[in-house]
Write a new protein. Structure first.
Length: 179
């Protein structure tokens, strides 16, 4: 349903706060930053995430070893539809996730997934966070690892800064205000 410009204008700060929460979630997941990840959810939240279903503390306990084993992970968001009604908002965010996953022998495979986060946000004390999340996967691909991690991207070896987990990721030294 089309919305009037004046309606959206009144909600701009709330919409941006919701987007900020989504970005904290992605960064917290990709950098394996528990504090940042926790800041995206209310303590009484519930997440139905692939095979997992539980609260944020259970989700962190479930996902942390998986994320640490991956080490290389990237989540990107697009198409974010936000419908605010008072202190609650229904939000659909399209995601793409890229992961380097090790097997028992230490060989890696590339896994790509895309889908949608279907979230209920709640605003408490002038702060938006996720109250309920349901993750829906629309497509995925898995391939043998095609990268030569020793040679590095484009054969440039260790001359290229690579992403890493918190606190070793270079962004934690560069972007001090994100802490």
């Amino acid at each position: 349903m089309a919305r009037r410009v004046s309606e959206i204008a009144e909600e701009m700060a709330d919409r941006e706060a919701i987007r900020d929460t989504l970005m904290r979630y992605c960064r917290g997941t990709d950098r394996c930053d528990e504090t940042l990840l926790r800041s995206a959810y209310w303590p009484d939240s519930h997440d139905d995430h692939l095979e997992f279903s539980g609260d944020i503390e259970q989700f962190i306990a479930y996902s942390k070893p998986i994320l640490q084993a991956m080490r290389y992970s990237m989540h990107m968001l697009a198409n974010c539809l936000i419908c605010i009604a008072g202190d609650q908002a229904d939000v659909e965010s399209y995601f793409q996730g890229y992961h380097s996953i090790p097997d028992e022998q230490g060989h890696r495979r590339d896994a790509f997934a895309a889908g949608r986060y279907l979230d209920t946000f709640e605003k408490r004390n002038d702060e938006w966070r996720i109250l309920k999340r349901f993750v829906m996967v629309d497509w995925f691909r898995e391939l043998p690892d095609s990268a030569d991690w020793q040679a590095g991207p484009f054969g440039m070896g260790d001359k290229v800064k690579r992403g890493d987990l918190q606190p070793d990721d270079f962004s934690y030294h560069l972007l001090s205000r994100l802490r």
